[in-house]
Design a protein around this ligand. Structure first.
Ligand code: GDP
Ligand code: MG
Length: 305
């Protein structure tokens, strides 16, 4: 199992191979199926708390695996379960929100037991998602294979495969490590070509500000194309969780010349509005929360120094 920071030299971002892959992988599953255990194993470092008590992972956690040829950002979601009360409902919503723009979905189940209505609920959610045109592939992962002899596993695995939501599947044991390297290969093959989003030494992301800034910058660069090549920096000035489900974010876009400020703002502020609304949507799906995003544009000569 490749584990980051060991042995292999990681290249600088500018030297990454042309076929470098990267992406966000949502790890979905009802409580207690082993989501956090799996992410911890794949990332090779402890990023989340594992517990036999369901719903230890309240906040979504990102486990980041950096390899010479790829970077995978795992999003370990709070378990989805049937909403019986308000918090449950919130968690289902949060889990659905996580699915926003991920590149790949890992749907984790406990193969030592037959599927329950909770598994079916997640399957339904994944089917619904397909209907609205979200096409990120689903890998069905049958975990805890170590708990039963193969002949007893079979009826369960047949039932899970029968849910009909997966493109590929793999049977593993996250605690023992069986097939985890194969699963990782499967994940890597499915990732799109892309850059390294996080510095290689970072294996977890509690610094949400960083990626929020990157998302804003990405949207801005996309809208502005050639006009403001690289002379754009984004600083997240404020990041306040005003409620459990609402974050207020204020960010400043720095340009190098006064003439560029007008371009970023656009006529009647149209450009900055478009950038803001696109960035907000993506930040919401990244954080799994509603976001109030305020953007400012300032001139800061030679910020690159
Ligand atoms: P989560 O709620 O989906 O994040 O589940 P956790 O990762 O917290 O794991 C729940 C429990 O299942 C813990 O006690 C784990 O040790 C256990 N577990 C996870 N994966 C496996 C596995 O492959 N085999 C066995 N036997 N237990 C596992
Ligand atoms: Mg967990």
């Amino acid at each position: 199992m490749p584990s980051q920071m060991e042995g292999e030299e990681l290249l600088l971002p500018t030297e990454l191979p042309a076929e470098h892959r990267s992406g966000f992988v949502a790890v979905l599953g009802k409580p207690n199926v082993g989501k956090t255990t799996l992410v911890n194993r794949l990332v090779g470092q402890k990023v989340g708390i594992v517990s036999p008590k369901p719903q230890t992972t309240r906040r979504r956690l990102r486990g980041i695996l950096t390899l010479p040829q790829a970077q995978v950002i795992f999003i370990d979601t709070p378990g989805i379960h049937q909403p019986r009360h308000k918090l449950g409902e919130y968690m289902v919503e949060a889990a659905v929100a996580t699915l926003g723009d991920v590149d790949l979905v890992v749907f984790l189940v406990d193969v030592s037991r037959p599927p329950t209505s909770e598994d079916e609920q997640i399957a339904a959610l994944l089917r619904g998602r397909r209907e609205v045109g979200k096409r990120s592939p689903v890998i069905l992962v049958l975990n805890k294979m170590d708990l039963l002899p193969p002949q007893d596993v079979q009826p369960h695995s047949d039932a899970y495969l029968g849910l009909g939501v997966h493109e590929e599947w793999m049977m593993i044991s996250a605690t023992k490590g069986h097939n985890c390297d194969k699963l990782l290969d499967m994940i890597l093959e499915r990732l799109p070509l892309g850059p390294r989003y996080y510095p290689p030494e970072q294996y977890t992301d509690q610094e949400e500000r960083f990626i929020v800034a990157e998302l804003v910058r990405e949207k801005a660069l996309r809208h502005l194309e050639q006009e403001i090549p690289h002379s754009l920096a984004v600083a997240v000035e404020e990041f306040q969780e005003r409620r459990e489900d609402l974050v207020y974010i204020a960010a400043t876009l720095y340009v190098e010349k006064a003439s560029q400020k007008g371009i970023v703002l656009g006529a009647k502020g149209k450009m900055i509005k478009a950038i803001g609304s696109e960035a907000r949507k993506e930040i919401e799906s990244f954080l799994g929360k509603k976001v109030y995003l305020e953007l400012w544009v300032k001139v800061k000569e030679q910020w690159r120094r």
